[in-house]
Design a protein around this ligand. Structure first.
Ligand code: AMP
Length: 251
């Protein structure tokens, strides 16, 4: 996929190696992205991973992949139904899934974690997993955006069914309508980007995830970034705030 590691390790919980195996970095980026649904976490994760040559680790992608493959376990089917309604999936399952993928968190290529943690219990679990691996988070990037912009973004969002790249019908359109620029896959509107599901997801974010902003601020890990502007402007803002020199990293 686009010269990036295939993320096989993430999708198969380490049963398959990524291709290519990410080369070790002198200073691997280990980031968490926080933001309301529609704040642009998926797009930023992709751009940041390109710049930092890190791997995009999304828990939402794991559930969507399971749904596309018609997941057969009852626990996973229940998780997918919860996701389709815009609710969080049971956290024992999510935490177990992330724990099973510890090799991705330890990877010397670094990572951008998108969609996990989503509440306090998951944040404690992540802390524990990373401590066991002797890995430290570099920063938690919080993408901030006003509600009306969030709604506009979500309703125009389109996702590739193959590689999960994210586009937007007006602000980040694909070069061919409904076709992915990266892999020629079909673009679709996510089930949980329908209006009812969006409402539920915003409530879940306010009730559960917002508390993490304060939690990581207290730990001195939080980097607040305005998520207004083009995807590239936002990415540059993040890299600047992290004190990363893009040209040094991308060459
Ligand atoms: P996302 O792509 O991160 O917006 O995730 C899509 C959906 O997957 C969410 O609305 C949840 O239903 C589910 N999901 C993803 N990550 C988590 C998580 N860490 N905890 C609970 N549910 C999650």
């Amino acid at each position: 996929m686009n010269g990036h590691p295939s993320r096989d390790g993430w999708y198969t919980a380490g049963e398959l190696d990524c291709f290519p195996v990410p080369p070790p970095r002198e200073r691997p980026s280990r980031l968490v992205l926080l933001g309301a649904p529609g704040a642009g976490k998926g797009t930023q994760a992709r751009l940041l991973c390109e710049s930092l040559r890190a791997c995009h680790l999304s828990t939402g992608d794991l559930f969507r992949a399971a749904r596309d493959q018609c997941a057969s376990s009852p626990a996973m089917r229940a998780a997918i139904e919860a996701m389709n309604r815009g609710e969080l999936v049971p956290e024992e399952l999510v935490i177990r899934m992330v724990r099973e993928r510890a090799s991705c968190l330890r990877c010397q290529g670094g990572f951008v974690l998108d969609g996990f943690p989503r509440n306090q219990r998951q944040a404690y679990a992540l802390d524990e997993i990373l401590a066991d691996l002797n890995v430290a988070l570099e920063a938690v990037v919080y993408l901030e955006l006003p509600l009306e912009e969030i709604i506009a973004r979500l309703s125009g969002r389109r996702t590739c069914v193959e590689c999960r790249a994210v586009f937007h019908v007006s602000s980040n359109p694909p070069s061919r309508s409904d076709i992915c620029d990266y892999c020629d896959g079909r673009l679709e509107q996510r089930t949980d980007d329908q209006p009812d599901a969006i409402r539920v997801r915003m409530q879940v974010f306010d009730a559960e995830t917002l508390a993490l902003v304060e939690f990581y601020e207290r730990l001195g890990k939080l980097v607040r970034i305005s998520a207004r502007g083009t995807p590239e402007q936002i990415r540059d803002r993040v890299l600047q705030a992290l004190d990363r020199n893009v040209s040094e990293i991308t060459t």
